[in-house]
Design a binder for this molecule. Sequence first.
Ligand SMILES: NC(=O)c1ccc[n+]([C@@H]2O[C@H](COP(=O)([O-])OP(=O)(O)OC[C@H]3O[C@@H](n4cnc5c(N)ncnc54)[C@H](OP(=O)(O)O)[C@@H]3O)[C@@H](O)[C@H]2O)c1
Length: 227
Amino acid sequence: MDKIVIIGGSKGIGSAILLQQLEHSLVYNISRTPPDISHPNLVHFSIDVLTEPLPEIENIDALIYCPGSINLKPILSLSLDDFRNDFEINVIGAVKVIQHYLPALKTSMHPSIVLFSTVAAKLGMPFHASIATAKAGLEGLVKSLGAELAPGIRINAIAPTITETSLSASILRNDRMKENMMERHPMKNYLKPQEVARMANYLISEDAASISGQIFQMDYGLVSFKL
Ligand SMILES: NC(=O)c1ccc[n+]([C@@H]2O[C@H](COP(=O)([O-])OP(=O)(O)OC[C@H]3O[C@@H](n4cnc5c(N)ncnc54)[C@H](OP(=O)(O)O)[C@@H]3O)[C@@H](O)[C@H]2O)c1
């Protein structure tokens, strides 16, 4: 049975990944609050990944880092601390867990890492300066580590468009906002966390053995098409 470590499996995309993995993997979840389920294959640690020490976990097959932020403001309303905080949770947190669990990943026969970017790292959108800056940094991390950790450990990122989770709740808070968001996308939809989770679970599977250093846009055409 594979051992999967999810940072941020209590909510959103991480929770959907956790639910899809539990029947066939041993899942270690790290988040500030526990997932709202219990399962014999689930081990939870209540930890703030930025401020607390990480638990020791041996023989890890996959590491998935989910924490992120949506902090949309005009540039003159963004403080330097906004930029620092977004960089901290999106990039430094990921670096911290990768450094900590790299020795445990190296003992696996097929280790891999999945991180999360955003469509805003590729497509210029007003008010996204802070998050786009942080996620562009994270995409650079994926490229660099893809090379550095090859051939042993694979690392990829998923760059989703808006996904219906607690993080995006204020942007999708009523039916009208949901319809407008669908309309903005060339393929007239936005993401459910389960769709993103299926991609993450594919990327950590042996079916994705040839894939590393890649950023996968899941965008319902937003970045890809101008209709
Ligand atoms: N949702 C979207 O529309 C969207 C769009 C583009 C990209 N993304 C990216 O996709 C990723 C997942 O997003 P999501 O919507 O699933 O987010 P979410 O609903 O906010 O879930 C984030 C998870 O990370 C955990 N977490 C946050 N801060 C933490 C900390 N300091 N220490 C430990 N755990 C922490 C949260 O658990 P606790 O609160 O219990 O700690 C939660 O389980 C993020 O990187 C985000 O930037 C999301």
